[in-house]
Design a protein around this ligand. Sequence first.
Ligand code: FAD
Length: 294
Amino acid sequence: MKLTEIFAKNQYSLSFEVFPPKTDALYDSVQTATEQIARLRPAFMSVTYGAGGGTSQYTLDIAKKIREEWGVESLAHLTCVSSTKESVRARIEDFKRVGIENIMALRGDLTADMVGSDHSKWAYRHAVELIADIKASHGDFCIGGACYPEVHPESVTQREDILHLKEKVDAGCDFLTTQMFFDNNLLYNFLYKIREAGITVPVLAGIMPITNAKQVERAIRLSGSFMPQRFKSLVDKFGNDPAAMKQAGIAYATDQIIDLFANGVTNVHVYSMNKPDVAAAIQANLSDIVGKNA
Ligand code: FAD
């Protein structure tokens, strides 16, 4: 099923993200965690893709299993930045062959040696080129793209970032998922601006439950997200008590999601980081809301 069919139902929905194993040895534990999350019956599950395609076979395997064995729709991520046209096209054909209908089309992060180097000879410089190739494959895929309520770090202005986002949508993105954010007002402001720019596709709010203090530092480093004082106080107070931090992080994410649902957002994508207990706790907190008409 295409994810756009799920969004068209206009029901409050939760979906979860997992990441593939980095080595063969980790495969079983990732598979078990993914199956446990699938048993929560989310609207769909996404499977990330290692930049440069290092774990690409695992992305395909896990996304296939989610659909075929555990009966939940899946979204397979695909990055392009350090890939050749041939390898990306082959991967799109693989997705088609195993029945994947939904692809998250991403550029991937630039590695340190790529920054400042000559981009002119790269096969792919931006996600928009990948979206064009997926469209050209005639695979009848539903395509997602990434967006950044706090502006992508490479963009000098939000205006410029939103102009490029509009190009992705015009190239064939059917929906967008946001980078994580911890202050909902940033999302409301962003939604206003992109709607004003003529971007009308569904936007899924990406929520990262922070359940241990180490994750805070990593989340800020990777996403550059603004941490509200309310959130910092919680980390200050409970950061050294793992059980308390976990409970507080789940409560904070739940609170963010309830506020989003109450203010016009219908679909929330939870970066569940292969943690079935965290996904289950958030789902349980919202059990009388998710699935109801928005
Ligand atoms: P782009 O859309 O290409 O944008 C990157 C930058 O280039 C932006 O500043 C944009 O404004 C600018 N830009 C875009 N088009 C043009 C143009 N034509 N000319 C000039 N500038 C342009 N990474 C992974 O490796 N694997 C994953 O599975 C993964 N999943 C993700 C899921 C989500 C929801 C998000 C938000 C991010 C994910 N990432 C993932 C990280 C992502 O790869 C990085 O954020 C990356 O730096 C940008 O990817 P993009 O697809 O947004 O790139």
